[in-house]
Design a protein around this ligand. Structure first.
Ligand code: M6R
Length: 611
């Protein structure tokens, strides 16, 4: 959680930082702040959005060529002006921005209180900077050394940047567990939680590794680790266009990302799948490919939408690869002493590649000898880096907090992995394999067609925008789609929604159904179609309002449902990539009609880097 940006160089630091923070608001948006060296070390911070902060800044007073900024998602202390970052040290000579959590902050704080320090905020981050200053004073050492010593004593996760009143030419940064990228321009440096605030200035970046400290001093970048061992910065070239992180004429990032899906799914398959030639290549899975093929079982870990993609993958792998699959919430898996043996195979799915619970589940499995395959969207992210091998989803930056194009790209990658494994194992016939390859290539155009339902879905949204509850029901491959539809609605419109396997309804949720209850059925033509039709009748009999997503040409369900949304026909195993589209649009339009902040829903953040 939290976004951090820092700048040092010839530009006006506050302009670079404010612009960067706006790009990082998806990581947290309950307060924002900036520290600048203009005469003295000044901090400007405020509860609310980055634009609220920006409105209070008077440009002419801000001339500074160095600065640090932060947009917060509260962990310690409520969102208010005091708890907003940056934080001063006790003497006000230093300022810090911090993304992460210092777990031993209360004992450190007590130590400092005993020495006479006092605190303005309730945050662990203020303790962190006072602790650094205390070390510097007591050891009479450089700031660089004080930071290093402090990092050997703090427990937890951090990406930090520190600036000093006494040294306008220096920034010190460090990371463990929370991401930090350094952009290298001509005579200037940019630091940020991800590359989006950086790419308009430079595409040369260094991703900081855990336990690394970066010292930018007099226009030079040095790296060392917390054990004081220096290393050479590994400069990478970013492959990202500025337009990919802008709204491109859409009212919200979420809508743009929903409409990008035909392209993002194609991008995900490009160079990997060629049905004509019967070719399916995943360049990121080579050395360990046989581990997947020979696995006795596959453990999938993920959170939220990525977990839903994992559930679809469970159906896919079990059907075509004939291997048992366990799909685990990463947060539960890591704390329940799971049975993992040497050589077990884990697939970790994460859009951001930074989700703390998923990372911890990976570390646990790795420590017991499991082989990890990462399915991530963000290139160079922590999960991508700690995995043995994997495949990127290549969906492009996803900025809207509600995940959409990442989900369909995850399904694309997971289907490709499963088909590759099934083909190698011989658990799929040649005919079926080719059928599925061909059909996968058709998915982008089918998604394109599903997006044409936009106007029709607005009508459904208009009719149900004031509902208090929603039920989403589906079976088989469409059950995880029901979960995903419910999650999308909850997170951006704040309407309570539940997803269930349609047949489970009669074991409890049916009690909720009355004439007020909208029930969304994902009832496409597949092996459970007849059974889902019976479930629709059960809902109708109790006067529930049925909204049905059906396969085009369905003649039966339109006679029962209040609203019918027809999606193009595709293979049952690939249907989630198409049937989820109307549900994404429905949640989007309901949220817009309810005046909700679609891209930055309350209490949420795009990447959950705290457990
Ligand atoms: O970045 P990740 O895929 O690991 O994130 C997992 C969840 O936090 C994420 O999917 C979350 O549930 C989204 N807000 C869903 O739209």
């Amino acid at each position: 959680m939290c976004g951090i940006v820092a700048y040092i160089g010839p530009r006006k630091a506050h302009e670079v930082i404010i612009k960067g923070l706006k790009r990082l608001e998806y990581r947290g948006y309950d307060s924002a702040g900036i520290a600048l060296l203009n005469g003295s070390l000044n901090i400007y911070k405020k509860k609310g959005r980055v634009s609220d902060l920006e409105n209070t800044l008077e440009d002419e007073k801000l001339a500074s060529r160095v600065g640090i900024g932060h947009t917060r998602w509260a962990t310690h202390g409520e969102p208010n002006d005091e708890n907003a970052h940056p934080h001063y040290s006790f003497s006000k000579n230093l300022a810090i921005i911090h993304n992460g959590i210092i777990e031993n902050y209360s004992s450190l704080k007590q130590e400092l209180l005993n020495k006479g320090y006092s605190f303005k905020s309730e945050t662990d981050s203020e303790v962190f900077i006072q602790f650094i200053e205390d070390i510097q004073v007591n050891n009479d050492c450089s700031l660089e050394e004080a930071v290093r010593l402090a990092l050997t004593k703090v427990v937890g996760a951090y990406a930090i940047v520190i600036m000093s009143k006494d040294d306008p030419n220096m920034l010190i940064a460090a990371r463990k567990g929370s991401p930090l990228v350094i952009g290298i321009g001509k005579d200037e440096f940019f630091l940020a939680s991800d590359a989006t605030p950086i790419i308009e200035y430079t595409n040369e970046v260094v991703y900081l590794n855990d336990y690394e400290i970066a010292i930018i001093d007099n226009n030079e970048l040095r790296l060392k680790n917390t054990q004081d061992v220096a290393s050479t910065p590994y400069i990478q070239t970013l492959d990202m266009e500025l337009e990919a992180i802008e709204k491109g004429g859409y009212e919200h990032f979420m809508l743009k990302e929903i409409f990008e899906q035909p392209r993002s799914i194609s991008d995900c398959m490009r160079g990997r799948l060629n049905a004509n030639k019967g070719r399916l290549v995943l360049g990121g899975i080579r050395e360990y490919a046989n581990k997947l093929v020979n696995a006795d079982r596959i453990i999938i870990v993920a959170c939220g939408t990525s977990w839903h993609a994992g559930l679809v993958a469970e159906y896919f792998f079990e059907e075509f690869c004939r291997v048992p699959v366990e799909v685990e919430y990463a947060s539960e898996f890591r704390y329940r002493n799971p049975i993992i043996k040497e050589g077990d195979v884990m697939i970790a799915i994460s859009q951001s590649g930074e989700t703390a619970d998923t990372l911890a589940a990976i570390e646990l499995a790795k420590s017991k000898g499991a082989i990890i395959f990462g399915v991530c969207n963000v290139v160079g992210s922590s999960i991508a880096r700690v995995s043995h091998e994997g495949a990127y989803t290549h969906a492009g930056p996803e900025i809207g907090v509600a995940s959409t194009k990442a989900f369909t790209a995850q399904l694309t990658v997971l289907s490709m992995i499963a088909l590759r494994v099934a083909h190698k194992k011989g658990t799929i016939t040649e005919r079926r394999y080719h059928e599925l390859l061909v059909e996968m290539e058709n998915i982008p155009s089918k998604v394109e067609k599903a997006l044409e339902l936009d106007a029709q879905i607005k009508l459904v949204a208009e009719r149900f925008k004031d509902a208090k509850n929603f039920l989403y029901l589906g079976r088989g491959y469409n059950f995880p789609v029901a979960l995903e539809g419910a999650l999308k609605l909850k997170e951006i419109s704040y309407i309570h929604a539940e997803g269930y396997p349609a047949a489970e309804m009669k074991h409890g949720p049916i009690a909720l159904i009355d004439e007020e209850m909208p029930v969304v059925f994902i009832a496409t033509r597949d092996s459970s179609y007849d059974k889902v039709v019976s479930n629709i009748q059960e809902v109708k009999a109790r006067k529930g309002k049925v909204i049905a997503v059906v396969t085009e040409g369905d003649a039966l369900i339109p006679k029962m449902a209040e609203f019918v949304i027809e999606v193009p026909k595709t293979d049952e195993a690939l249907m989630p990539m198409v049937s989820v589209i109307p549900l994404q649009l429905l949640s989007y339009y309901i949220a817009v009609m309810r005046d909700c902040n679609v891209d930055q829903p309350r209490n949420l953040a795009k990447s959950v880097t705290v457990e």
